[in-house]
Design a protein around this ligand. Structure first.
Ligand code: HEM
Length: 114
């Protein structure tokens, strides 16, 4: 049964462009991880300030393996540089908060083609 892990990032409006720029330049390592199924960066359009980083995995173990891996660290080099902020404005954190939501896929459907 697949699991969905969503990282919820709170992003002030003046940092949205920067966050999306960082994701556009992401490492692309996650695609090579065993058990990886899907990634989407979801931009809020309803007036809230929370981006969703949607990921889906074959199993909880596959997600945990990636989360503890070098690939995860490599995939977060820009976010990591933020946390070691040296006062340089363009390296300020794009997100002010984050939390992870976890789900199991209970049911799913795709388009029916005739
Ligand atoms: C403090 C927590 C986190 C923050 C601030 C954060 C922020 C970011 C940022 C800014 C990037 C763009 C690339 C880069 O930084 O080099 C990124 C990449 C990514 N993040 Fe996070 N992230 C966090 C934790 C997580 C977690 C827990 C997940 C999984 C649910 C996740 C999923 C991803 C994925 C899939 C990528 C793309 C990696 C790749 O291309 O290999 N992030 N994140």
């Amino acid at each position: 049964m697949s699991v969905v892990k969503i990282n919820v990032l709170t992003v002030p409006s003046d940092m949205r462009e920067e966050l999306e720029r960082r994701f556009a330049g992401r490492a692309g390592m996650v695609e090579t991880q065993d058990g990886f199924e899907w990634f989407e960066l979801l931009r809020p359009v309803d007036g809230t300030d929370r981006y969703l980083v949607y990921t889906r995995w074959r199993s909880e173990e596959d997600f945990q393996r990636w989360h503890e891996s070098m690939a995860f660290r490599r995939g977060h080099e820009q976010a990591q540089a933020d946390r070691e902020d040296d006062g340089d404005a363009h390296r300020a954190p794009a997100a002010t908060d984050s939390e992870v939501w976890s789900f199991e896929v209970a049911q799913h459907a795709g388009p029916r083609r005739s």
